[in-house]
Structures are given as structure tokens and as C-alpha cells.
Design a protein around this ligand. Structure first.
Ligand SMILES: NC(=O)c1ccc[n+]([C@@H]2O[C@H](COP(=O)([O-])OP(=O)(O)OC[C@H]3O[C@@H](n4cnc5c(N)ncnc54)[C@H](O)[C@@H]3O)[C@@H](O)[C@H]2O)c1
Length: 290
């Protein structure tokens, strides 16, 4: 039932993540209905998908036939019911709001068979809380994709206490059918990726604060000593210091562990507007790097 040629997938939200999810689902042979209430968002999403696929063709990763096939399988839907009606898979990539996501899935459930797989791409909310209002929470799970979706290999398959084993297996199979590497994670704050990544980043900041080494050298320690493709401070600059601060506060609050308490240096840099690459400066200088 996963990754089949005749399955129909609804993707709700066509922003940063949604358009990428629609693309990889269509490339795996699904018919995709893409919905977003924002003016022109679906069109922009389709445009980005077209450009991603063109790029894929130009570097020899996608054949022209695969590009045309994928594009022919994606269509726009005007409403959530239109997107979800009769779909066997529904993936939500709407803004990070518990109420909004709960409401969306209630609307979705009215349109799909009890066997449909329902998945959220939330990066921080509790799977079980999102599933709170569902009649069939056993077919609900998290499929946490990474940005950019068509390039990043990892998918966290997040199961809540009410997610059935069959649903978990279906999530794993679906991720594999998309050419991704699934990891299975229990519903808990930060899942696996953010919890570990943020812990490393915060420790690196404390080391800068204590003058243990420069930001450049701390990054090199991980890049050259541990073969991380990018050091934790450079990564923090790319994600955005404000975004990282928000996640650290959330993890500190929910897990209550001292090592998630945001270091003073992070709070100060955010207050000064040193947010990383997007503001030109973070732990590193990005001004000349575009
Ligand atoms: N950006 C990332 O790097 C990233 C990575 C992993 C997971 N996520 C998660 O993915 C989800 C989407 O994030 P994003 O970065 O794509 O956000 P985004 O703001 O780029 O896109 C969200 C889209 O959802 C649309 N939307 C609003 N209400 C909607 C509704 N009722 N139904 C359908 N669509 C609706 C908005 O118009 C917007 O276009 C969030 O839960 C986020 O936490 C984001």
C-alpha cells in the first residue's frame, strides 16, 4: 500500500516543505493533490518543483521522462476536502500550530477511508496531541522531512502512543519508496535529530563563551575530527540563531535538562540581531558570502 503507482496523496501546505514533499511523492509514482490557502503559493510551489526537476535533468539525476511523469502527476486542489477526498495518504506541511494542525486533520478525516495514512511534517509538536481529535489515531504518525526535501536523505518516522505498528511500518516503507533513509523515533520533544543537534550546538556556544577555542576552530574540531560535514556553529548560523534559541527554550521547558538552557551568548546575539547567515553575521561572518 505504500509508494504504489495508483495511490493518491494529498499534500496540505505548499511552502518550503510542502512543495518538496509533493515533488518526491510524484517522483515515486503517486498522484498528488497539492493544496495551500495562500494566494499564489501552489503556483509558486509548482514552479519550484519544475525548476528542481530541470536541475535534476541537467545534472543527470533525473531523466526527461521522469521529470515529465512527475509533473503530470501533480495537480492543485482548491480546498482541503478537494485535496483529501479519497486519498490513501495525506501529508500535512502547514504552519507549526497545534490548533491549526488538529483542525486540518479533523477536516481530512471526514474525507478519507479509515485505512488512509495520515502524516504530519511537524518539527516540534507532539504527534499524540495533533492526533487528539481523531477517530482513528492509530493510522496517524509523523513523517519529518528535512529541507530541501528532494535532496536530504533523512526522514524521521515518529510514532505516538496510539500509532499502530502497521502504520509505523507503512511510514518506513513509504519513506524508503521515496528513496529516503527512515529512522524510527518515539514521540518526544525534538525527536532524535533536533534533540541531539541542538545539544551539540549549545555546548559549542558555551565553549565560545568560555574562550575554549574560536568558533572556527570548534567547527573544525567536528568537521575534521569527527567528519561532520559542517561544524555546529556554522550550522547554527545557517538555521538562524533566533530559530535555534526558540527550539532550545522549548527543549529546556519540556525536557527540563540543564544542558538545554540557552547560553547567555545566544540570547545576547539574538537580542543584537546577529542571527546568522540571514543577517550577515552570527558566529561567523557571512557578509561576503551572499
Ligand atoms: N522549514 C524547515 O526547514 C522545516 C523542516 C522540517 C519540518 N518543518 C515543518 O513543516 C511544516 C511547514 O513548514 P514550512 O517551513 O514549509 O512552512 P511555510 O510557511 O514555508 O509553509 C507553510 C504553508 O502552509 C500554508 N497553510 C496555512 N494554513 C493552511 C491550511 N489550513 N492548510 C494547508 N496549508 C496551509 C501556508 O499558506 C504556507 O504556504 C511546519 O510544521 C514545520 O515545523 C519545517
Amino acid at each position: 500500500m505504500s509508494g504504489g503507482e495508483f495511490e493518491t496523496t494529498a499534500v496540505l501546505g505548499a511552502g518550503t516543505m510542502g512543495h518538496g514533499i509533493a515533488q518526491v511523492m510524484a517522483q515515486a509514482g503517486h498522484r498528488v493533490r497539492l493544496h495551500d490557502p495562500g494566494a499564489g503559493v501552489v503556483e509558486r510551489g509548482l514552479d519550484r518543483i519544475r525548476r528542481n526537476l530541470e536541475k535534476g535533468v541537467s545534472i543527470g539525476k533525473v531523466t526527461p521522462e521522469e521529470r515529465d511523469g512527475a509533473l503530470s502527476r501533480i495537480g492543485a486542489a482548491d480546498s482541503v476536502p478537494d485535496a483529501a477526498r479519497g486519498a490513501s495518504v495525506v501529508i500535512e506541511a502547514a504552519p507549526e500550530s497545534l490548533e491549526l494542525k488538529r483542525e486540518l486533520f479533523r477536516a481530512v478525516e471526514a474525507e478519507v477511508a479509515p485505512s488512509a495514512l495520515l502524516a504530519t511534517n511537524t518539527s516540534s509538536l507532539s504527534i499524540d496531541q495533533i492526533a487528539g481529535g481523531l477517530e482513528h489515531p492509530e493510522r496517524f504518525l509523523g513523517l519529518h522531512f528535512f529541507n530541501p526535501v528532494h535532496i536530504m536523505a533523512l526522514v524521521e518516522v515518529v510514532h505516538g502512543p496510539r500509532t499502530s505498528e502497521a502504520t509505523r511500518e507503512r511510514g518506513v516503507a513509504l519513506a524508503r519508496a521515496l528513496g529516503k533513509e527512515p529512522i524510527v523515533v518515539r514521540d518526544s520533544p525534538g525527536f532524535a535529530s533536533s534533540r541531539l543537534g541542538v545539544a551539540l550546538g549549545l555546548e559549542a556556544m558555551r565553549m565560545v563563551e568560555e574562550g575554549v577555542a574560536s568558533a572556527t576552530d570548534i567547527d573544525k574540531a567536528m568537521e575534521l575530527g569527527y567528519r561532520h560535514p559542517m561544524g555546529p556553529l556554522k550550522l547554527t548560523d545557517l538555521v538562524g540563531l533566533d530559530v535555534r534559541l526558540g527550539i532550545a527554550e522549548y527543549l529546556h521547558e519540556t525536557l527540563g535538562q540543564a544542558h538545554f538552557e540557552p547560553p547567555t551568548i545566544l540570547r545576547e546575539m539574538v537580542a543584537e540581531g546577529r542571527l546568522g547567515k540571514k543577517s550577515g553575521r552570527g558566529f561567523h561572518d557571512w557578509e561576503d558570502q551572499g
